[in-house]
Write a protein that binds this ligand. Structure first.
Ligand code: SF4
Length: 489
């Protein structure tokens, strides 16, 4: 069987005219082999470490799907790996530091196993790939965010002896066309609908690591998701983009239209989308939140700060008043909607009153949960060009204050969940003080844990109804009411 992944596509799905993977059974050993060009690939293992956002996890799944065609299977044990890949994130200090430490450790792994191949992809590789390949002798290759689908060509090159290269070119095609690839045995899939970002928020590196916005055609996304539902058992999709709300602006389509098209797909139970930019949430999209039955009743809408002067320094293009107006419209259109957000604590020279404005916003907006971070400067961004006089310890204090303030709001918001029942899709188990509990996500993205009626019953990917017995700011404990199995009637 010849595998031809994306030969007729453009954008991320594009590959050149090079050799393709041909899978065959070795007549002597009976082992599945893959021939590509001059090389034969025996079964090998890849260990992949992903940092950062859902887009990176989605890209890693894409990498694994391609590597399967080259006879690689994923291993969770780095010591078993023939190849190690890092999919990197340039957005936060923490991920960055973890990545550099793990990359440094690979030096010892390579000393133990000289055949080990080490590659890095993602946002750090896009901007620093060349320097890193030069600096780290044990690093074989680096590749950027727009060449994911060329991974097998790069691995081929490495095994052919051409190591120490970087590919971080931008895809210049007008069209962005791909087919979603999934490797996990799950009914949930991420579907990339737009890549890049045109916003240039002053603190953000993404426009430099992911390039300009380009959207897939609505018809292509619908066909792609229909195929996933029909042939891969997918029941829940999360539409992905750095700014998913500007989907279609480049080709005359929009997210609201796409969501209404997805409503028509039989067998698709749930649609989520992330990440949103408040400036691009249209009235049409707000209305769809009231109408669409498959659309999740949770929206993650990053506000970043409750101060207009900070928002201006961040180049966010909206005011607090605009944001709160949006929240009000969304709640009017869909009274059950749950809204979460991102907050950056201690942004560039933030004053105490600007910080207080963020605490005030938490009161006004009543978010269901927040992701909050201390501002960390990213090289090459506009904010990095300005001197930041705010001491690190004050930034940390402000973050802790924001988090404690929000936790009190969350506890209050979640207390009334007790006694209510929810349908959840069970995603796995967690060990809670030595007790195994199953956990699932409600339509509005809250996790509920429940005890199985019998220890050995398997609820993985079942739809179940649960009643919430207790709720804190961070978790809900429930009891099983009904098990619908893996398909809803
Ligand atoms: S909208 Fe702003 S924060 Fe989001 S990816 Fe684009 S530049 Fe970064």
């Amino acid at each position: 069987m010849q595998t031809d992944s994306g030969a007729n596509q453009t954008g991320l799905g594009a590959r050149g005219d090079g050799p393709r993977e041909i899978s065959f059974l070795d007549p002597e050993s009976g082992v599945q082999m893959v021939k590509m060009g001059e090389l034969t690939f025996p079964p090998r293992k890849v260990w992949i470490k992903t940092f950062g956002c859902q887009m990176n996890y989605h890209d890693s799944e894409r990498l694994l799907s391609h590597l399967k065609d080259l006879n690689f299977t994923q291993t969770q044990e780095v010591d078993d790996a023939d190849m190690v890949l890092f999919n990197t994130c340039a957005v936060r200090d923490l991920s960055n530091n973890k990545f550099y430490s793990k990359l440094g450790n690979m030096k010892h792994a390579k000393a133990r196993n000289k055949d080990l191949v080490v590659g890095i992809g993602g946002c750090v590789a896009q901007v620093e790939g060349k320097e890193l390949v030069k600096k780290y002798k044990h690093l074989d290759f680096a590749f950027g965010t727009d060449v994911i689908d060329q991974i097998n060509d790069m691995v081929y090159r490495t095994y052919a002896g051409d190591s120490k290269f970087t590919i971080n070119s931008w895809d210049r095609n007008e069209n962005f066309s791909i087919e979603t690839k999934i490797t996990q045995d799950s009914p949930q899939a991420f579907v990339n609908i737009i890549k890049g970002c045109n916003k240039y928020c002053s603190y953000c590196i993404v426009p430099y690591t992911r390039g300009k916005e380009r959207s897939r055609k609505c018809a292509e996304v619908v066909t792609d998701i229909k195929r996933l539902v029909e042939y891969s058992g997918i029941q829940e999709v999360t539409l992905l983009g750095q700014n998913v709300n500007s989907y279609g602006h480049d080709n005359g389509e929009n997210l609201a239209q796409l969501l209404l098209e997805l409503e028509k797909i039989d067998g698709l139970q749930m649609v989520r989308y992330t990440t949103s930019h408040p400036y691009d949430v249209s009235d049409e999209l707000v209305a769809v939140h009231g109408e669409a039955k498959k659309l999740s009743k949770h929206l993650h809408l990053p506000v970043q700060s409750g101060s207009n002067s900070v928002l201006k320094r961040m180049l966010r293009e909206y005011t607090v008043e605009h944001y709160l107006g949006l929240v009000e419209k969304l709640r009017k259109a869909q009274p059950e909607i749950v809204i979460s957000t991102d907050i950056i604590a201690g942004f560039l020279n933030e004053t105490q009153s600007e910080h207080q404005a963020t605490l005030d916003l938490l009161d006004q907006a009543q978010f269901d949960f927040i992701y909050s971070y201390v501002y960390s400067e990213r090289a090459k961004t506009r904010a990095a060009a300005l001197e930041d006089l705010l001491p690190k310890d004050i930034k940390g204090e402000r973050l802790r204050e924001i988090q404690a303030y929000q936790l009190a709001i969350q506890a209050k918001l979640r207390a009334p969940l007790v006694g209510k029942s929810f349908r959840v899709l069970v995603e796995g188990t967690s060990n809670m003080k030595g007790i195994k509990k199953w956990k699932g996500r409600t339509n509005c993205n809250r996790i509920v844990h429940f005890l199985p009626p019998a220890e050995d019953r398997d609820f993985q990917w079942h739809w179940v109804d649960v009643e919430v017995l207790s709720a804190t700011a961070l978790s809900c404990q429930g009891q099983l009411l009904k098990d619908w199995g893996t398909r809803l009637p």
